[in-house]
Structure formats: structure tokens, C-alpha cells
Design a protein around this ligand. Structure first.
Ligand code: F6P
Length: 546
């Protein structure tokens, strides 16, 4: 496997980056009135505009060559065909099989996984209908009113993000509450609001060993038994999503109430599996199914669109370009749509848990920065929090701006005001305000010359801050599916471009192991491990005062 920096496209890109760092985006727009047409594309339901990224045709052609040189096409085929591209865990990567609508088989270890996928989807559908119709009843024969979804990381973020994105579409049949934090405040808060007779707990954990989830699940059972008094009642109020039948049985959940997934579904890519059960219960199976349909559209686009029009590939290329070549080490995700307020948190796990690594496929340390730090919040709130940094800070942070043409709810002129901000911000970040303009503005306001000289440097905006704008038709189930799948494939492409194994998460395992050792020190007498003096001091401080 050749080192990426030895590739001719990589070297050409280093040269392009050196040239483009001297360029102003504003001038690139002034020189070419076709720039928007050249650097934007549309697919059903989405406009993708990357013309405000610091690229030119030359750099873009080298990026396309990089895709060819790393043989992305072969890797893409391997992923869709079920080859074990997660080689450190010896697993296939097949979240695409969960939304495969083509009717064709997908083989893993000589077996077609599609019948099992369909069986599980049918099970989700039937269970959803039973619960939502009131046919499924609790230990006092009452219908379910509240779903309490317990899980963490990929077993929480996807369903919760999609629920938040689509809650405007609820028919109000059920409420859903998510509990992910082992801080008991979150669970206590939810349990305060729900009634044990009408609550259904969905315990989502691929492994069924994750300490935070099992702690919350056990406390929920204890709370439930305080009222129900009989362990036999558990099966009517607790279901699980897991691959670990041994553990779900030990927990007291009947096998027929366990929804399965497979080791070829990574946690942060599991929303499409039964991990999405809370979405289906809350919004109905049709909505869940539409999310999958939206994602399948993107799978087809990703497989078939030419590289220069392939949105997830372009997203990955721009990320690599900004991070590894231009040296911008962070990226903001800025949804101008309240429904997408959890998208930054979701993508933090998606991108950073997947590609926040520094070792290449063959084990050597890579010589470039891999993925950026992902952060953000809804754009409007961000404007009043951290946009000062985006406009005038001395670190440049490329940003994805996401909005929709039609709001989920029309309230007077709110959406036009929201979108005015969306358009204004990307324009301002691109163009900035130069000295001449600042002088003109201050002169027009009649500001005294002495004051002008004092203000001038403070009011100049350098601009040249790269942004991508995505405009969805509206935030509905298909759009949510499309958006998530775009980012998923972007993450896969980034991994290939950067030679990073995107589908393991060894870095998370380290902290888990250390925490369980320290937990014994906090909860058992006479257990003491040697730590550094800081950790010893912190533990002692806590133990003395708790
Ligand atoms: O954060 C680490 C991680 O392993 C994620 O990848 C996963 O989504 C999460 O923990 C939860 O794991 P589980 O579903 O096994 O409880």
C-alpha cells in the first residue's frame, strides 16, 4: 500500500494548496460568473453548493484524481458487497443492507443477510402496530403511553436526533423519552414524568454490556418493580435491541421481545437497524421506513453518480482538502433548522469516532492531519455565541450550512428571516469586509477621522472562510435519511482517502476499561489502584467529601 503523500495527485494538491492559500474567494467569484454552476449539484430533495470553498478547477481535478489513485471505487464495492473492510475487528460494514430496496442479495460469509434484515423489519412493524394501536398492554392491562429509550452513543444519538428532527410529524399517540447519561438526574427526571403501568422501556445496546446503559436499565427495572411487585410483569414493559441474547435473557427479557442486529452494523451506523425502534414506535413504521428509503436513494447516488457529481465523495474530498492540505483543523456543522438541532452532536460521533485516528491501514503513523474537530449548533443560536470566532478568529473553521426551503411549521415570516441569516452568513464569511469598505461605511456614518483610525483594524473581516451550503426541500423523513446517509458515505470516503480504518473505536475502549477499575475503588472497601498523583488526589478528594 503506497503512502498517500507519495501519490502524484497528493503532491499536485500540495502545490494547489500553496497557490490557493494566496487567493481570495471573493476574487475567484469575481473572475468567474459560472462559479456557482461549476461547484454545485442537485439531486432530488437537495441542493449542494460548495462554490464558497477555497478550490479552483485545477485543485478539483487533482481531488478527483486522488479518488482514482486510492481506488475508492474498489473499496466502495467491497463495502456494499459485504467484504470485511473493518479488518481490525474482522467485520463487514453493511449498514447499507439495512435499507437495501434493490431486491438483490447481500452476502456475508456465504450467506445472504437480506432475509434476516426483512424479518427484523417485519418484527419492528408488527410490534410498532401492536403498541401504537393499544393491543400491547402492560401488567394492569393498560395501553402504553410513554416509550423510555435507554442507550448511549450510537444506540442513542441516531434515534434521538431523528426523533427531534421529525417530532413535528408526530400523531401524538405516544411520548418518547431518551436516557443516555449515567448521571442519575436524567433517568430520575424521566421516571418522574411517566407511569410504570403505561411505560415501555426499550433497552438498546448492541453488546448489552455497556456500563452506563446497564446501570440505567437496572435502575429502571428497580423503579418499575417498586410498583409492579412481580418480576413476571417485566416482559410486558421491557424490550431490548441487542446482539447478545445471553445477556438479554439474564436481564429477564423474553427472546421474542429482543430485536436483533448484527456484528456488521457499527454502533454509530445503526439507526437503520432495530436501534431505530423508538423512532418507529413514536412516529409510526411508515415514517421509519421513509427514513430508510431516503438513505437508500443516497446509496444509489453514491454507487452510481460520476465522481465529479457525487455528493458524499465531494464532501469527503473537501474535508481532506481543508484539513490535510489547507491546515484547517476544525469544522462547524450549522443547521438553520431547529429540527436538526441534534445533528452536530450526531455527526461528532459519526466522524470523530470513525476517523479521529492517526494510524494508517498498515499500522504506520500518518504524516498528515486526519479529520477535523467537529462542532456546532443551530446557526441562529451559534450566531449569538461563537460566530465572532468564525468571522474574525485567527483559526479558520470551514462550515457546513444546512437549511430547508419549506419550514416544518409556517409562522408568519420567521422562515424568511431565518434564511436571510443563512444566506448572509455564508456571503459574509466568503467576502469579508476590506479596509476600503470599512472606511466608506464609517465615513457615511460621520465618524470622526481619529475614531475611524482607531476602529479600522477591528472592523476589517478578512473573509475567505470556506463554507458549503446544503438546502433541503423540507425536513421530512426522507430528507433525514438522505442527510444522514450523505454524511455516512462521506465518513467512509474520508477513511479511504486518509487510509484510516473508520469502523473500529479502540480509543473509546481504553477509557471504558480504566473507568471500571476506578469504579471498584469508589464502590468497594479496600480496593486501591496506583495512579498518578493527580488522579490519586482527585479520587481522595471525592471520597472524603461525598
Ligand atoms: O462509544 C463507544 C461505543 O462502542 C459506540 O460505538 C456505541 O455506539 C456505544 O458505545 C454503545 O454501545 P452498545 O450499543 O454496545 O451499548
Amino acid at each position: 500500500m503506497s503512502c498517500r503523500s507519495n501519490l502524484s495527485s497528493w503532491q499536485a494538491l500540495e502545490q494547489s494548496a500553496a497557490n490557493l492559500k494566496q487567493q481570495k474567494l471573493k476574487s475567484l467569484f469575481a473572475q468567474d460568473d459560472q462559479r456557482f454552476d461549476k461547484f454545485s449539484c442537485q439531486i432530488p430533495g437537495l441542493l449542494f453548493d460548495y462554490s464558497k470553498q477555497l478550490i479552483d478547477e485545477d485543485a478539483f481535478s487533482h481531488l478527483i484524481s486522488l479518488v482514482e489513485e486510492v481506488n475508492l471505487d474498489a473499496w466502495r464495492k467491497k463495502m456494499f458487497c459485504g467484504e470485511k473492510i473493518n479488518f481490525t475487528e474482522d467485520r463487514a460494514v453493511l449498514h447499507t443492507a439495512l435499507r437495501n430496496r434493490s431486491g438483490s442479495s447481500v452476502m456475508v460469509d456465504g450467506e445472504d443477510v437480506m432475509p434476516a434484515v426483512q424479518t427484523e423489519l417485519d418484527k419492528i412493524k408488527h410490534f410498532t402496530e401492536k403498541v401504537r394501536s393499544g393491543e400491547w398492554t402492560g401488567y394492569t392491562s393498560k395501553a402504553v403511553k410513554d416509550i423510555v429509550a435507554i442507550g448511549v452513543g450510537g444506540s442513542n444519538l441516531g434515534p434521538q436526533m431523528a426523533t427531534e428532527a421529525l417530532k413535528a410529524h408526530t400523531d401524538d399517540k405516544l411520548n418518547v423519552h431518551y436516557v443516555s447519561n449515567v448521571d442519575g438526574v436524567q433517568l430520575a427526571d424521566v421516571l418522574n414524568k411517566v407511569d410504570p403501568e403505561t411505560s415501555l422501556f426499550v433497552i438498546s445496546s448492541k453488546t448489552f454490556t455497556t456500563s452506563e446503559t446497564m446501570t440505567n436499565a437496572n435502575s429502571a427495572v428497580k423503579w418499575f418493580l417498586n410498583s409492579a411487585k412481580s418480576e413476571a410483569a417485566i416482559e410486558k414493559h421491557f424490550v431490548a435491541v441487542s446482539t447478545n441474547l445471553q445477556k438479554t435473557r439474564a436481564f429477564g427479557i423474553a427472546d421474542e421481545n429482543v430485536f436483533t442486529m448484527w456484528d456488521w452494523v457499527g454502533g454509530r451506523f445503526s439507526l437503520w437497524s432495530a436501534i431505530g425502534l423508538p423512532i418507529s414506535l413514536y412516529l409510526g413504521f411508515e415514517v421509519f421506513s421513509d427514513i430508510l428509503a431516503g438513505a437508500y436513494e443516497i446509496d444509489e447516488h453514491f454507487k452510481n453518480a460520476p465522481t465529479s457529481q457525487n455528493i458524499p465523495i465531494i464532501m469527503a474530498l473537501l474535508s481532506v482538502w481543508n484539513t490535510s492540505f489547507l491546515g484547517y483543523k476544525a469544522q462547524a456543522i450549522l443547521p438553520y433548522d431547529q429540527a436538526l438541532h441534534m445533528l452536530p452532536a450526531y455527526l461528532q460521533q459519526g466522524e470523530m469516532e470513525s476517523n479521529g485516528k492517526s494510524v494508517a491501514f498498515d499500522g504506520r503513523t500518518v504524516e498528515y492531519t486526519t479529520v477535523p474537530l467537529i462542532w456546532g449548533m443551530t446557526g441562529i443560536n451559534g450566531q449569538h455565541a461563537f460566530y465572532q470566532y468564525l468571522h474574525q478568529g485567527n483559526n479558520i473553521v470551514p462550515a457546513d450550512f444546512i437549511a430547508s426551503v419549506k419550514p416544518q411549521k409556517v409562522v408568519d415570516k420567521h422562515h424568511d428571516i431565518l434564511l436571510s441569516n443563512f444566506f448572509a452568513q455564508t456571503e459574509a464569511m466568503m467576502a469579508g469586509v476590506d479596509e476600503q469598505q470599512v472606511r466608506k461605511d464609517l465615513a457615511e456614518k460621520g465618524i470622526a477621522q481619529e475614531k475611524v483610525e482607531q476602529l479600522i483594524a477591528h472592523k476589517i473581516h478578512q473573509g475567505n472562510r470556506p463554507t458549503t451550503s446544503m438546502i433541503l426541500d423540507t425536513v421530512d423523513a426522507k430528507a433525514v435519511g438522505r442527510l444522514i446517509a450523505l454524511y455516512e458515505h462521506k465518513i467512509f470516503c474520508q477513511g479511504i482517502l486518509l487510509e484510516i480504518c473508520s469502523f473500529d473505536q479502540w480509543g473509546v475502549e481504553l477509557g471504558k476499561g480504566l473507568a471500571s477499575a476506578i469504579e471498584a475503588e469508589l464502590t468497594q472497601d479496600n480496593v486501591h489502584h496506583e495512579h498518578d498523583s493527580s488522579t490519586n488526589g482527585l479520587i481522595a478528594y471525592y471520597k472524603q467529601r461525598r
